[in-house]
Design a protein. Structure first.
Length: 188
């Protein structure tokens, strides 16, 4: 897939354009570049999450997801190519079912938080949602295969579930949203 980078500073982007994997050049605010950037940001946030103490199975699946996200970014960079497969979406569906099966049913909304690892998983979740919106916008202008959009949709669901799993792995629970808070200062 493409050439390996041997020179990072090329100055070819100084005029506001950037290169795609197929050799084409587009504006840096092109919808395709925006989508690539959102996917890259999600992958980077997973890298931060991997700096935390994590259960071995969660660590392994996050590393697997990082490779999938690199494939996804590559597919976005190579219009008319298919790098992300339906099997990769199905893999996320399997993990969603597996990890959600052991969680207590939610009766309230939860807030991002608890452990630092869980909070970071929520950041990945929100960036994945943004990547999905970017791919939907791109899909209105150009052809985009369905698997990449489906993948980030499932990824955001999985990260919500993993945030709950990570809170429990550290002995905590979900941080529940409190309905009807009246704005009083805690402790008053």
């Amino acid at each position: 897939m493409g050439n390996r980078l041997s020179k990072i500073t090329t100055r070819t982007g100084d005029g506001g354009k950037t290169g795609l994997g197929d050799g084409g050049r587009v504006d840096k605010d092109n919808l395709r570049i925006v989508a690539i950037g959102e996917v890259d940001e999600a992958n980077s946030h997973i890298g931060v999450l991997l700096c935390e103490a994590l259960p071995a199975d969660v660590r392994a699946l996050l590393i697997d997801i990082q490779h999938d996200l690199f494939d996804l970014g590559g597919e976005l960079s190579l219009p008319r190519e298919t790098l992300l497969k339906d099997a990769q979406v199905a893999k996320l569906d399997g993990w969603i079912a597996r990890y959600n099966a052991d969680l207590p049913r939610l009766a309230e909304f939860i807030l991002p938080g608890g452990t630092r690892a869980a909070a970071q998983a929520h950041i990945v979740r929100t960036v994945a949602r943004r990547a999905e919106r970017a791919m939907v916008a791109l899909g209105k202008e150009e052809t985009v295969n369905p698997a990449p959009r489906q993948y980030v949709n499932r990824l955001s669901d999985l990260m919500f579930i993993l945030a709950r799993v990570l809170n429990r792995a550290d002995g905590g629970t979900d941080v529940l949203w409190q309905r009807g808070r009246d704005g009083e200062t805690p402790g008053e």
